[in-house]
Ligand binder design. Structure first.
Ligand code: A2P
Length: 321
């Protein structure tokens, strides 16, 4: 099975570690579906899995990893496993226990990458993931991202994780961490697709040797807050027409688009045929003019706008990038 996995190029992170450009997303993958999906993905050649504590399915992802390692289909050192620190664990003393909790759910003794999931901090209220007051308002707390970051750095020093990074941070928030860190973030994971191509944030990060990972590369049609009238990236006739020219599906074109612009990409699927299809993107190249045309579809079209948290002082999407 090694030859399939070898089709996936790796990027070199700013600390020398390598990360496969294609991974399987697990946000929204139901616990009852994700174990089989991860096993199917390993059989298809995926070695990079994007997880998070808040997805509430890390134990089931871990079950697949444990079984596939036990059967000898894959070795730990061939895998690249990401998890994310949830918003209720930003206090420095909560970081290591949160990471260790994800490790235990995943059945691993180290992570390849641990990200601060959001720049928004919630209070820790009886273990609730989304603590709210009686009026249904989120309960925030103030934690300097640098304090959380220093606790992340300690986890690297202890060998619990190889690389650390950010997610959903805007340019100012990234710069604040960079100005005060010992260990640089290796990636910032953000929503990214043709309607929100993140060109300026990508350029900003590139100048600072930080990679971008694209979440919701297919527009996350299964996002819980989707409305029938919302635009659909996968059904966009302009994108479909280009995909048709390459005899590829719209999903394949959207994934290939990111790989060609040097962005790491983590499409989610729990469907075996789609998991395989989404991997089958290394036998074609999108021409320069098509790439430019896809870029021109940018319309600040954010699907994961989390406007319900825009009253947080750390809300990341109120500046341009
Ligand atoms: P499913 O998981 O039921 O297969 P994103 O990665 O942007 O969050 O998008 C994930 C969504 O896109 C899921 O609903 C997933 O469905 C669907 N999806 C994944 N791959 C494909 C594909 N190749 N064709 C159509 N839909 C896909």
């Amino acid at each position: 099975m090694a030859s399939l996995a070898e089709k996936v190029p790796k990027v070199k992170l700013n600390n020398g570690h390598e990360m496969p450009v294609l991974g399987l997303g697990t946000w929204k993958s139901k616990p009852g579906e994700v174990t089989q999906a991860v096993k199917d993905a390993i059989d298809a050649g995926y070695r990079h899995f994007d997880c998070a504590f808040v997805y509430q399915n890390e134990a089931e992802v871990g079950q697949a990893l444990t079984e596939k390692m036990a059967s000898g289909d894959v070795k730990r050192e061939e895998l690249f496993i990401t998890s994310k620190l949830w918003n209720t664990f930003h206090s420095p003393e909560s970081v290591e226990p949160a990471l260790k909790k994800s490790l235990s759910l995943l059945g691993l003794d180290y992570l390849d990458l641990y990200l601060i999931h959001w720049p928004i901090s919630f209070i820790d209220k009886e273990g609730e993931l989304f603590p709210k007051d009686d009026n249904d308002k989120s309960l925030y707390k103030s934690v300097d991202h640098v304090d959380t970051w220093h606790a992340m750095e300690k986890c690297v020093e202890q060998g619990l994780v190889r690389s650390i990074g950010l997610s959903n941070f805007n340019s100012k928030q990234i710069q604040h961490v960079l100005d005060n860190c010992k260990i640089k973030p290796v990636v910032n994971q953000v929503e990214c697709h043709p309607y929100l191509n993140q060109k300026r944030l990508i350029d900003f990060c590139k100048e600072r040797d930080i990679h971008i990972t694209a979440y919701s590369p297919l527009g996350s049609p299964d996002r819980p807050w989707a409305k029938p009238e919302d635009p659909s990236l996968l059904a966009d006739p302009k994108i479909k027409a280009i995909a048709d020219n390459y005899k590829k599906s719209t999903a394949q074109l959207l994934i290939r688009y990111q790989v060609e612009r040097g962005v790491i990409v983590i499409p989610k699927s729990v469907t075996k045929t789609r998991i395989e299809q989404n991997f089958d993107i290394f036998d074609f190249q999108i021409g320069e003019s098509d790439m430019q045309y896809i870029d021109s579809l940018d319309c600040n079209g954010r699907f994961c706008h989390v406007t319900w948290n825009n009253d947080s002082p750390d809300f990341p999407f109120s500046i341009e990038f």
